[in-house]
Design a protein around this ligand. Structure first.
Ligand SMILES: *[C@@H]1O[C@H](CO)[C@@H](O)[C@H](O)[C@H]1NC(C)=O
Ligand SMILES: *[C@@H]1O[C@H](CO)[C@@H](O)[C@H](O)[C@H]1NC(C)=O
Length: 190
């Protein structure tokens, strides 16, 4: 009888093992059918400083008036629209190393002060950001010491970008309208 016990317990053990295995497989199964979770790309924070030059005067302006506003009130210039392809440089001087261009339009959108609606794409042309862009749309109260505009998107290295730009006028020629503005940009992106 002792001999008969061994196969019986062996069979029980095998059966148990089978159930246990199917049990585990069954629990695993739904997981296999679900799409694999994509690894979350870590967000980066990038800080940039550059200078934006509005070259209105001279032989080769990068900022031209495309709509002359009907308003005769020069303190607001309400209604006028400017198209720009302005150089972005590393340092405050126009002659310093160019790092990109700022292409877009800005319009005098305020009847109370010189308040611009700016809609611009910044395209970088140097280093690891070469070819990458940032898009800015915002309000610029030109005569305020510090202005802030939202960065609403980006491409390339700046894909999924959001952030802000702080503007400080570095230099302004009241006669010609030429200006250099310091941009401090903070963006979160992938
Ligand atoms: C121009 O607009 C400003 C702000 O609204 C106002 O204070 C000023 O009197 C206006 N000037 C003229 C000449 O209408
Ligand atoms: C930036 O990219 C353009 C186009 O791919 C290339 O022609 C140019 O040499 C690059 N500039 C730098 C500084 O890497």
């Amino acid at each position: 009888m002792d001999n008969g016990l061994l196969p019986k317990s062996f069979l029980f053990f095998t059966l148990f093992l089978f159930i246990a295995t199917t049990g585990v497989a069954g629990a695993k199964d739904p997981g296999h059918r679900l799409p694999r979770p994509r690894p979350l790309r870590k967000e980066k924070v990038t800080r940039l400083r550059f200078y934006w030059h509005d070259v209105v005067s001279g032989k080769n302006p990068t900022s031209i008036t495309i709509v002359q506003g009907p308003s005769l009130n020069y303190s607001t210039g309400f209604g006028s629209v400017q198209m720009i392809d302005n150089p972005l440089t590393e340092g405050p001087e126009l002659t310093s190393k160019q790092v990109g261009r700022c292409q877009g339009i800005y319009a005098s959108a305020s009847q109370q002060d010189l308040g611009l609606l700016m809609s611009m794409n910044l395209v970088f042309t140097e280093g690891r950001y070469n070819g990458s862009t940032l898009s800015i749309i915002g309000r610029n109260s030109v005569f305020h010491k510090l202005r802030e505009m939202p960065v609403v998107g980006g491409s390339g290295a700046f894909r999924m970008a959001r952030g802000y730009a702080l503007l400080r006028t570095h230099w302004l020629d009241m006669n010609t309208g030429d200006a250099s503005v310091q941009y401090d940009v903070v963006v979160v992106h992938h």
